[in-house]
Design a protein around this ligand. Structure first.
Ligand code: FES
Ligand code: FE2
Length: 415
């Protein structure tokens, strides 16, 4: 493929300066669908607990390609593109469902497929009263659905279009894998789902979840009620450039850091006017063997796995065009949760999701960034917090992970 001149990364701009065109350009968006989503990446499709029984299915997307993930009669997970092999109609039209007979039938001409995506039935295959019908040499085996390679890793199902995508553990990298398994350490129970539609490019969100710099500044609730401060213990690490973990622990902060924050007159320290009428929202329960109270794990391109206090969630990032994306939140706990812990999780869900007290601003910033850069594709952003290196850090005042993201992105996109 020939890369058009205007899609070249500007000379002199490295991973500390990103041209806004990457958030705005239709050709770049189309190239991403080809190189990232149809390329060598693992994409989150579902939690296994969302389709626990034979015949269960869920419709979702890899990039903007509709896919269906199923549990077959053999109990195994399968996935295929949600596009009828006949004339292209969407086969499954509900978000979740169960096929009682194990078949998935297209509404248009009723071609029927099994859970693995193989074609099982074609109406009027041999015609009607001697008339019509498919040619004698029509072979159902050659007209199945476009199949997707899947893996069920610790109860999370991922799919890839490429046979060359490395195994999921190598793809994640060591630190990301360890952090992933720390949360997905035993069978989970789904608590619910919310979805939100955002008028911004999906990569503004990919930056946001790798950005500890903003967390105490943008999110007033965080700082006001002591859930997160930039001065608390924490850090971040990248694996294979694109995947990362950002964590913070509940330990107390040091005085020098607090003094610096006061000198900067941070809006988030001027919090006297706010109070919570019911502080039980903040009453959590220690449930891991460490002091970590916040984990934002990003598995490029589509998954964020989070622990914030006692809330656990998958966030799935689904691009819907160059200037919009959908964010699907799937909240969970563990199957062996006590009623008390489940109630804590349910109450704390007020913190996250589309209207969450500490997450609604993240959606909003993707939109204000998109709006402000519409005509300024050739201008560059600034990513120099904590230096110019592409790496994680042992503190929370850094844009190192975002530089890693862009370096990995450029390698995949060949920019
Ligand atoms: S398009 Fe699906 S059966 Fe014709
Ligand atoms: Fe945030």
């Amino acid at each position: 493929m020939i890369t058009p001149e205007h899609l070249k990364w500007p000379a002199g701009a490295d991973c500390t300066a990103v041209p806004y065109a990457v958030f705005q350009d239709q050709e770049i968006y189309d190239l991403e669908q080809e190189k990232i989503y149809n390329g060598k990446t693992w994409n989150f499709l579902a939690a296994g607990a969302e389709i626990p029984e034979k015949g269960d299915y869920k419709t979702t997307y890899i990039g903007d390609t509709p896919v269906v993930v199923t549990r077959g009669q053999d109990g195994e997970i399968h996935a295929w593109v949600n596009r009828c092999a006949h004339r292209g109609a969407e086969i499954c039209r509900e978000r979740h469902g169960k096929s009682e007979d194990g078949l998935f039938t297209c509404v248009y001409h009723q071609w029927a497929y099994d859970a693995t995506g193989d074609l099982r039935g074609v109406p009027f295959l041999r015609g009607l009263a001697g008339k019509g019908g498919m040619p004698r040499d029509f072979d159902k085996k050659r007209h199945g659905l476009r199949k997707i390679r899947t893996v069920n890793y610790s109860g999370a199902i991922f799919g890839t279009f490429s046979a060359d995508t490395p195994d999921i553990e190598s793809y994640m990298g060591e630190d990301v894998r360890a952090s992933f398994k720390r949360i997905l350490n035993r069978p989970i129970e789904i608590l619910g789902t919310t979805r939100q539609y955002l008028a911004g490019n999906w990569k503004f969100y990919a930056e946001n979840v790798r950005d500890p710099y903003h967390a105490s500044l943008l999110h007033l609730f965080h700082a006001t009620f002591g859930l997160y401060r930039s001065s608390q213990k924490g850090g971040c690490v990248d694996n294979n450039k694109l995947n990362s973990v950002l964590w913070a622990s509940g330990a107390t902060e040091d005085e020098a850091a607090l003094d610096d924050m006061k000198k900067d007159k941070l809006r988030t320290l001027q919090t006297d006017q706010y109070e919570l009428k019911d502080r039980s929202l903040l009453a959590g329960k220690k449930e891991f063997d460490d002091d970590i109270s916040l984990v934002i794990l990003s598995l490029f391109p589509s998954l964020v796995l989070q622990q914030i206090q006692n809330t656990l969630a998958f966030r799935q990032i689904l691009p819907k065009g160059r200037d919009r994306f959908e964010l699907v939140w799937t909240y969970f706990g563990y199957q062996d949760d006590s009623e008390e812990l489940r109630n804590i999780r349910l109450k704390q869900l007020n913190l996250i999701g589309p209207g969450g007290l500490i997450s609604m601003e993240d959606g909003e910033v993707t939109e204000i960034c998109q709006n402000a850069t519409v005509r300024d594709g050739k201008y560059l952003n600034v990513l120099q917090m904590a230096g110019r290196e592409v790496k994680g850090d042992d503190h929370l005042v850094t844009e190192g992970l975002i530089r890693s993201l862009w370096q990995g992105y450029r390698e995949i996109m060949d920019f």
